[in-house]
Design a protein around this ligand. Structure first.
Ligand code: HPA
Length: 253
């Protein structure tokens, strides 16, 4: 079955894989060049099957910059997806919100990003067979797919926010001063993933859609000091809507 859409699942968002029918599951360990994710809550499984009738490949588990210091970890899976015949990559992540009106449990469609990782997954020799040396990232988050996301959300009565995602390398959460700076720069949400995959996907000519599950107000904005446990707990809440949204997106694709 040729996947039409690849879906990357973020921390605590594994429930989407359970909605697959006719599914096959392959551990990354059996796939040449796939990463070996090391974080609790990240599986490391490629699941293929039908989601709302749409052939998809679900990547459960991703490699982050904080694991190795480089952004190359998802290169093989994203290029595999393109080679397999897919046209779109749908990314999900857990993120902190810089907007007090968009709190834990909410979803945010990503409209653009700011790369504060300090690294880029295309650094090094370019593979011209995959894509150009200097790819444009204008409209990297496909406007048509974003419109479909909003339409799906409206139909499901989900209050889908939209905004700019800023990626930091982590693994520390941000300082309150950094969050104030990032807000000035135009960021609406902050996280430690997604941007490398978006760059790899656009380079390879895949269309991109991305949704953040807001798990917390960014550091300094809320009462509680941030922790990974809090991320996973609140991701579960947001995941309920995210599963519905992704399923509807797949049905209407
Ligand atoms: N910062 C960075 N990454 C995150 C956050 C955050 O506040 N929440 C979930 N992932």
């Amino acid at each position: 079955m040729t996947p039409r859409v690849g879906i990357v699942l973020g921390s605590g968002l594994g429930a989407i894989a359970e909605a697959l029918t006719d599914a096959t599951h392959t551990p990354y360990a059996e796939l040449e060049g796939f990463p070996r994710p090391s974080v609790a809550g990240h599986g490391g499984t490629l699941s293929q099957g039908l989601l709302g009738g749409l052939p998809v490949a679900i990547f459960q588990g991703r490699k982050h910059v904080y694991e190795t210091g480089d952004a190359y970890g998802m290169r093989v899976p994203i290029r595999w997806l393109k080679e397999a015949g897919a046209e779109t990559l749908f990314l999900t992540n857990a993120a902190g919100s810089l907007n007090a009106d968009v709190g834990p449990g909410r979803l945010m469609a990503i409209s653009d990003h700011i790369n504060f990782l300090g690294v880029n997954p295309l650094t090094g020799p370019n593979d011209d067979a995959v894509g150009p040396r200097f790819p444009s990232l204008r409209d990297a988050y496909d406007p048509e797919l974003r419109a479909k996301l909003h339409a799906a959300a409206t139909g499901l009565d989900i209050n889908l926010a939209e905004g700019v995602y800023l990626a930091t390398a982590g693994p520390t959460f941000e300082t309150p001063a950094e969050i104030r700076a990032f807000r000035t720069l135009g960021a609406d949400a902050v996280g430690m993933s997604t941007v490398p995959e978006v760059i790899l996907a656009r380079h390879a000519g895949l269309r991109v859609a991305a949704v953040s599950a807001i798990t917390n107000l960014a550091e300094g904005m809320g009462g509680e000091e941030l922790s990974h446990e809090q991320t996973l707990r609140n991701a579960e809440v947001a995941a309920r809507d995210l599963v519905r949204l992704v399923l509807k997106f797949a049905e209407d694709y």
